[in-house]
Structures are given as structure tokens and as C-alpha cells.
Write a protein of this length. Structure first.
Length: 160
């Protein structure tokens, strides 16, 4: 069975994830006064915006060439996997900063969202050809893993 995925839709989801992540971290950074927490959250917001730009560039590269706009997926695994991931939301409404969260709560929401984005981007990496920038997706995954590690470390230091 031959399957295809729509590269434009998948990249649009990745871009939206990064926009939501940036907004989440920015709103949280504006709310908290503690300088270390504020700086961490602001930095994460800025990194998410950079990821958004990278995904927009990859989207442009893949959809410019019609042979990549519908990716080849002979057994339908990539299309099914990406469809299941993108049908949910990574930074969904429950992960929007409401202003009532504690620092610990924000960090936990961020941890969950970063884990989910790593899973999505790992699947996305499998459908981006080397010549169109698979290494860029790898770099974003590594950065998201760093975000996760920093959030976990910060949470651990707060919890004692």
C-alpha cells in the first residue's frame, strides 16, 4: 500500500507548535518576577521563535518542489504516524499560560509540551529528505531535548 503525507500541513502544524510554545513561555516570563525564572522562560520563548523560522524555511523548500509536496511513504507508516501526532495538540489550550500557575506548574507544562514536540519532530525528520534539510530537523530536536533537560533541572531545583 502506498501512502503520502502532505508536507505543507505537517510543517504548518510544526510552525503552530512553535508559535504556541513561544507565546506560552513569553506570557509566563512576563508574569514571574524571579530573575532566573524570567530569563529562562524568555530565552525559551526566543528559541521557539527561531524554530518557527526554521520550519517555515523547510516548509518553503519542500512545498516549492511538487515532488516533495506529497512525500513518498510506501507502507503508509509515516502518513499514519504523523497524522496521529498532528491530530492532537502539543501546546494545546490546556497548556496556554493562564496566569494562575506556579513556577512549578509552568515548568511541568513546558516539560510535557517539549516531550510531545520531540516525538512529533522525530517523526517529521523521517519524511524530510537529506538534501532539503533533515539536519535542520535534527538540530531542532536536539535543542528541544536541551529545553527539556533545562526545564527538568529547574523543576528539580525548585522541588528541593
Amino acid at each position: 500500500m502506498q501512502g503520502t503525507f502532505n508536507a505543507d500541513e505537517v510543517f504548518q502544524m510544526a510552525i503552530e507548535i512553535e508559535k504556541r510554545g513561544a507565546a506560552f513561555y513569553r506570557a509566563a516570563s512576563d508574569f514571574f518576577d524571579e530573575p532566573g525564572v524570567k530569563a529562562l522562560l524568555k530565552s525559551l520563548s526566543e528559541m521557539e521563535l527561531e524554530h518557527e523560522k526554521e520550519f517555515a524555511s523547510l516548509q518553503e523548500s519542500m512545498t516549492r518542489d511538487s515532488s516533495y509536496a506529497q512525500g513518498y511513504d510506501p507502507d503508509g507508516v509515516a502518513a499514519s504516524y504523523l497524522g496521529s501526532l498532528t491530530s492532537g495538540k502539543v501546546f494545546d489550550p490546556s497548556l496556554i499560560f493562564a496566569g494562575t500557575e506556579t513556577v512549578e506548574g509552568v515548568l511541568k507544562k513546558g516539560i510535557e509540551a517539549e516531550k510531545n514536540s520531540i516525538v512529533l519532530y522525530t517523526g517529521l525528520k523521517g519524511v524530510v529528505p537529506d538534501e532539503l534539510g533533515r539536519d535542520k530537523v535534527d538540530r531542532i530536536i536536539r535543542e528541544e531535548m536541551k529545553h527539556l533537560a533545562v526545564l527538568v533541572e529547574q523543576l528539580g531545583s525548585l522541588e528541593g
